[in-house]
Write a protein that binds this ligand. Structure first.
Ligand code: ACO
Length: 204
């Protein structure tokens, strides 16, 4: 497996340490209002997206600034540390067919974790970024779906959230058994949207 890349890209000067959230529309606004800041952020997002693709042994990046602009429903959370972007997690709703353990399918529209990467790993940054995202999305870990979770993601979810049991799906999404309530119903958003660890400095 390729070694993780250290990505220390410059940040737009107005973003302080914490977690920011971006939509394609907000990035496009920044491009119009402040091209220099947009360019710094684009470089950081593209570098981290590329590093994530390498770390997951994908053919190319799942996340670039241009891809986010083309996917209006998606949210990109960025972890900022000392003027650099140190991690990203991208989420969005997907319409999925889910094959039940006992047989039969059901259609679901979960919030899905689509890409997730931190440049310095196994030091708690992934957890901090994940928690900030989950609070802002008003979902806990079991109430999210995971697109093709990597060999690091599965232990991450087990270690921090005790998530282990799921039915393998032909579409490679993982939805844990505990996603479903006792009545078999999918989860609803819980709690009020709130900043997580650090501050959610951006708004959608
Ligand atoms: N091997 C196995 N488990 C790992 C590894 C690894 N190399 N790295 C992290 N983990 C898991 C373990 O459970 C670990 O706990 P442990 O050290 O006690 O064994 C736990 O994550 C550590 O938690 P954090 O420090 O909060 O995690 P981290 O900051 O490393 O962030 C992340 C987790 C984002 C998965 C990071 O390791 C990473 O960027 N990996 C490369 C890219 C990747 O695989 N992303 C997931 C894509 S899948 C998706 O997006 C749906």
């Amino acid at each position: 497996m390729a070694p993780p890349l250290a990505v220390e890209a410059a940040l737009p000067r107005h973003l302080s340490d914490g977690v920011s959230v971006w939509s394609g529309a907000r990035l496009a606004d920044l491009r119009s209002s402040s091209p220099e800041d947009y360019e710094a952020l684009r470089e950081a997002v593209d570098a981290l997206g590329a590093a994530s693709g390498v770390a997951q042994e994908l053919k190319g990046p799942l996340t670039t600034a241009a891809k986010l602009v083309e996917a209006p429903g998606q949210r990109l959370y960025l972890l900022h540390e000392r003027g650099s972007v140190a991690g990203l997690v991208k989420v969005g709703e997907k319409h999925l067919y889910y094959w039940r353990r006992g047989g039969g399918t059901v259609e679901l529209d979960p919030v899905c974790v689509l890409d997730f990467y931190v440049s310095a790993q196994r030091a708690g940054r992934g957890r901090a970024l994940f928690d900030a995202m989950a609070r802002a999305e008003r979902r806990d870990a079991k109430s999210l779906a995971y697109d093709r979770p990597s060999p690091k993601m599965l232990p991450f979810l087990k270690r921090h959230f005790g998530l282990a049991d799921y039915v393998e799906q032909p579409n490679n999404f993982v939805i844990y058994d505990s996603f479903f309530g006792k009545d078999g119903a999918p989860p609803r958003a819980v709690g009020r949207a709130a900043p997580g660890v650090g501050r959610v400095v951006g708004t959608l």
